[in-house]
Design a protein around this ligand. Sequence first.
Ligand code: PLP
Length: 430
Amino acid sequence: MSDDRQLGFDTLQIHAGTEPDPATGARQVPIYQTTAYVFKDADHAARLFNLEEVGYIYSRLTNPTVAALQNRIAALEGGAGAVCCSSGHAAQIMALFPLMGPGLNIVASNKLYGGTVTQFTQTFKRFGWSAKLVDFDDPAAVEAAIDDNTRALFCESLANPAGVPTDIPAMAAIADKAGVPLVVDNTAATPYLCNPIEMGATLVVHSTTKYLTGNGTVTGGAIVDSGKFDWMASDKFPSLSQPEPAYHGITFGAALGPMAYTFHGIAIGLRDLGMTMNPQAAHYTLMGIETLSLRMEKHVENAQQVAEWLEADPRIDSVSYAGLASSPYHARGKELFPKGAGALFTVGVKGGYDACVKLVDSLKLFSHVANLGDTRSLIIHSASTTHRQLSPEQQEAAGAGANVVRISIGTENAADIIADLDQALTAATA
Ligand SMILES: *Cc1c(COP(=O)(O)O)cnc(C)c1O
């Protein structure tokens, strides 16, 4: 894979991580529908279990179809390795698992997908972990929130639901200074629009459910490691820097170099948490990724047109899209996301909550669903759904107030998307 980075993105999204099947010559990646793999002999089995040789043992840990997807996502993100798992939420737990322990915390942006806020502020408590949510537009506040027990900074590249671009280089500098990794959820931007690792992030997580698969068929997640963080530099990360009792005393950071975190994710994370991606899901996501750049170009082009049309419409209060010259995030978006600010944003409708609900119910082309990043245009009223478990203050901070709807612009004809919004706005504001 070492020279794969010299190939362009459009080439990598089709070829990276795969070769014609060595057994059959099959050109497309076969769906290896198997739970286990026959060992050549007892010595081979022992070498695999000792991590002395890389190979397939059991599909809770590794599977060739899933491995192809892992290698492809790692190549697109410019990472050393990747681990796929069953959902975006699984990816978040898996990503933090080697870093965290009871009494430890993360400092996270207050602009996050609502389900993530709930996972971080409620479910984490069961593990003795905690999350401090702060405004990542305020670097001093982020620095002030970091303490001796902080083990990671966490943000989204384009924050759900309002599509706010995060200043990743600034956050990476703060994380570096604190000696902890910056974890970036790159779901809404995808590696086509944003490369967090190039901007200094250590880890990238994905809900592959969204744009990477792109057609609303399967849930999945991925964790990509840059391979650049020195886990041995402090005593903060004993799972990686000290002998791991859960894997016969191997010191991952010393034994596996830039692949330490990825191997830990497979050998301990998938082995013991069991949040495995199945080969069918990996297949659908591999199919989706082949057209990622083509779809993202169209998503962004449509989003720009629709956002401009909405902003000019008297029935609209506000449009949060960073691609608009009026957005407070326009300059940052241009600088950090030169290919476009994604296709996910919020719209404030005159008439508030009632108008939002009527708009959602009046659309015909748009689907009213709790998903994003599909080829189809999607809409949801975040405050009553995806961000429902949040307090009104948390909803406002996240950009998911009661008076806005979140839209995920698809790849249909822009004129058809606009016509649907036009008729539904008429119904909603009558
Ligand atoms: C959907 C989403 C998640 C959660 O992913 P699932 O695959 O639904 O578990 C996490 N982060 C962001 C930004 C998302 O949009």
